[in-house]
Design a protein around this ligand. Structure first.
Ligand code: ADP
Ligand code: ZN
Ligand code: ZN
Length: 766
């Protein structure tokens, strides 16, 4: 792979380009003489590739053909265009994406593309320009005086009344305004303005405007409290490390929910800024950002840029540009914000570092938490991973000393964590002789909470109305035609929907297999539970929060802000409501069927269940009133539930780590999950077998364990069959070596590499 050269002795004649294609290599192109002076590393290039043109990225510049390229110079094609005079990609991001692509056995060009705001390579994302007007007199904007007219003579015709008004208005606004604002405020047509421009009194021009995702929002008051001793100690260690310039250091900030971690992050970022450096903070989901972005904006003003997927592409582009220009030195955002082009970064924070949404689930795979650690490493910066329920790997790293452990064991203000109770749903089943989704215990707690004027959160991990549709006559379930997945009933639009490929069909009245009328809807989802609760508690204002109800930009934000302001009494939702929020009036959290995962044989199902319950439990009793947590479960003896009830992280860790060690899972082993996908089952199977043989050969010394191919847990998705091979190795190095050799060898033996998807450090094996 290429070496990035910082300087070239003479003008470059060849460029190495990373292309967004699934190939683990870079491509060499010639640079036409007239473009040689303007091409810089990190610039986007338009390149011929096969019969298409692609946007690639300049990753190496050479005066002569690099010696490791063994093609005839005359066969090398020329680039078509250099898209950027100033490269969008900084040298630091070039290095980081190269490392990331390599670490995840992924593709550099795809990583580079993923590092830029979505849509930037299309014409859809453009800077927004508006017409503006300014007085041409300065300084002091004295009254316009007569000017020379082009025909000679002077135009000393006095200003009309309307023109006078315009000049007054502009003067009052610092001499410069948006064209439309002038028209609106003067309530005249455009003609007096145009006349003023013609007479040379004002200038009309086009201005670049930045779209502000928080335009019009109100910001909370900044609290100026004294840090607790524990916050102080954590902050001091972080700031001391920031001051030790150029040195990488990693912290794990383990603090229970409400222990004041966010306050530590904010002050640490302030410290980095004061030291003339920039700071980045990653958050897991958009759900976290509305309240939190406002809190940051209140502290840092326009120094903060926000990057998350719920922004319009234009807003995202503008926020990104503010960072690239150095106007915003704090970037906060979700996953891909880890590639924000901040310069001179001093601090990287990953909040809720255990969260699965840091994982990109499609190619290019990466985990933003791990990339963040590497980013800090490359930049000689400090990284802080924060969580109430650290990922097993992170806590393990703090035990082995790789990360420095910072602990905030108590909630602010001495408020205890809300006590939790398990409700054994097997008991409830016995009492009623059937499954009931809402136990009497939970219902009466809701009524009691409401009677005190306090708020309720109900967590449920299933979207839709019912999980699946079963025919009671023939026993068949209704499945997606593209996937081996049962369809979920959504009553809102009377449709059956596949949650994996989004296939939809009208909900049938009779069974398509046997024409029976006895269709049975099983497994309540959020839509159903929210309905039932609204019926049972007509006096309560209930809102549902999940991906279906929050499909439109701004909806989520609106509901959360309304709930925070007391305009709603109960939220029913998926994990979107579990994390990060600070709603002081919530005193009851109910958890329904989040433990279904425990029935699945997955490496992280216990960890996920524990995290989710602990996170949502942390929403209860954050204000002045004591809170409580009720957890409905079918597995009350499971260690994930026992420890979640006690909110005992270390107890859980100690049991889970033994399980990981026994089964050869991370952090003791490094895993790769390889999916072989194809529409044709036998083709997928053929490729999988070639790959398996190549893996065995590459692994002759048996440093790794290879399992499969076997049908993946989701054995058919989006019309493709999916086979899975799992590779477990004792070290990252031996894993990568085995994979690299095997992939090259398999391709050589006719394996279609395009059907192979390698995922290093998979978050699940399903
Ligand atoms: P976490 O991020 O750990 O969940 P936060 O930083 O959001 O916790 O703090 C929880 C609440 O306590 C917030 O309302 C915050 O404003 C408040 N808070 C944080 N630190 C202090 C402090 N030292 N004194 C008083 N209130 C604090
Ligand atoms: Zn049937
Ligand atoms: Zn489907």
């Amino acid at each position: 792979m290429s070496v990035i050269e910082a300087k070239t002795p003479s003008l470059p004649a060849f460029v190495e380009a990373a292309l967004p294609v699934p190939l683990r290599r870079v491509f060499t192109y010639g640079i036409p003489p007239e473009m040689r002076g303007s091409i810089k590393l990190g610039a986007r290039l338009t390149l011929p590739f096969g019969r298409r043109n692609l946007t690639g990225y300049a990753v190496g510049l050479h005066a002569e053909l690099p010696p490791d390229v063994d093609i005839d110079a005359s066969k090398i094609r020329d680039i078509i265009e250099v898209a950027d005079d100033e490269p969008l990609i900084t040298p630091e991001i070039l290095r980081l994406t190269q490392w990331t692509a390599d670490y995840y056995a992924s593709f550099w060009g795809e990583m580079l593309k993923a590092s830029l705001p979505a849509g930037i390579n299309t014409d859809k994302v453009r800077p927004k320009r508006r017409k503006a007007v300014r007085l041409v007199w300065s300084p002091g904007f004295s009254r316009p005086v007569a000017k020379e007219s082009p025909e000679g003579g002077t135009q000393n015709k006095p200003l009309t009344e309307q023109q006078e008004k315009i000049v007054d208005l502009l003067t009052a606004n610092g001499g410069e305004m948006l064209f439309t604002d002038v028209l609106e405020q003067i309530d005249v047509g455009a003609s007096p303005l145009n006349t003023l421009a013609k007479r040379g009194f004002v200038e009309i021009y086009v201005q670049d405007v930045m779209r502000d995702p928080l335009a019009g929002a109100s910001f909370p008051e900044r609290d100026d409290f004294t840090l607790t001793g524990e916050q102080r100690s954590a902050l001091d260690q972080i700031t001391t490390a920031i001051d030790d310039e150029g040195k990488f250091k990693a912290f794990l900030l383990h603090g229970v929910t409400g222990s004041g971690k966010t306050e530590v992050y904010i002050r640490a970022m302030q410290h980095a800024l004061d030291a003339g450096r920039s700071a980045m903070m990653l958050v897991p989901e958009i759900a976290l950002t509305p309240v939190f972005s406002r809190r940051l904006r209140a502290v840092f003003g326009s120094e903060v840029a926000i990057l998350h997927s719920n922004l319009s592409s234009g807003e995202r582009f503008d926020e990104w540009r503010r960072i690239r220009r150095g106007d915003a030195r704090i970037a906060i955002g979700t996953r891909s914000a880890v590639f924000a082009p901040l310069e001179n970064i001093g601090l990287v924070i990953v909040d809720e570092e255990h969260d699965p949404s840091y994982r990109q689930h499609e190619s290019p795979f990466y985990n933003a938490r791990d990339v963040a650690v590497m980013r800090a490493h490359l930049a000689g910066a400090v990284v802080v991973l924060g969580s109430a329920t650290p990922a097993m790997e992170s806590f393990y790293n703090s035990r082995t000393g790789k990360y420095t452990y910072l602990h905030l064991p108590d909630r602010i203000g001495g408020r205890g964590l809300a006590p939790a109770e398990l409700i054994d749903m097997r008991e409830v089943f016995k009492r009623f002789g059937k499954d009931v989704p809402l136990s009497p215990e939970l219902l009466s707690a809701i009524a009691e909470t409401h009677s005190k004027g306090e708020q309720v959160i109900i967590l449920l991990n299933r979207r839709g109305f019912s999980q699946f549709v079963l025919c009671r006559t023939c026993g068949e379930t209704l499945k997606c035609k593209n996937c081996d997945i049962t369809l979920t009933f959504h009553r809102g639009n009377n449709k059956l929907i596949c949650h994996y490929c989004n296939y939809r069909e009208q909900s049938p009245k009779i069974c398509p297999h046997c024409q029976s009328e006895y269709l049975y809807f099983v497994g309540e989802g959020t839509e159903n539970i929210a309905d039932q609760l609204a019926k049972k508690f007509p006096a309560m204002r209930v809102a549902r929060v999940d991906r279906d109800s929050m499909a439109h930009k701004g909806e989520m934000e609106e509901v959360l802000l309304k709930f925070a302001a007391g305009g709603l009494d109960m939220l029913v939702g998926t994990q979107m409501i579990a994390k990060g929020h600070d709603f002081p009036n919530v005193t009851l959290v109910g958890v329904i069927s989040v433990d279904i995962g425990l029935g699945l044989p997955d490496l992280r199902s216990a960890e996920r269940t524990f995290q989710l319950i602990t996170q949502v439990a942390g929403r209860s009793g954050r204000g002045t009133q004591a809170g409580k947590v009720l957890i409905q479960t079918y597995y009350p003896e499971h260690y994930a539930l026992r420890h979640a009830k006690e909110q005992d992280y270390e107890g859980f860790y100690d049991e889970e780590i033994k399980f990981r060690e026994r089964l050869g899972y991370p952090p003791f082993f490094v895993l790769a999950s390889i999916l072989i996908k194809h529409r044709d089952h036998s083709y997928a199977s053929k490729n999988a077998n070639i790959l398996r043989r190549a893996l065995d050969e590459a692994n002759a010394a048996r440093h790794a364990r290879v399992l499969g191919p076997a049908p993946a847990s989701l054995s058919r998705l989006k019309n493709e069959y999916r086979l899975q091979i799992i590779v477990k190795a004792v070290s990252r190095k031996s894993l990568r070596e085995t994979l690299d050799i095997a992939l090259a060898d398999a391709e050589h033996h006719g394996c279609d590499i395009r059907s192979i998807y390698v995922e290093i450090d998979p978050v699940n094996l399903m």
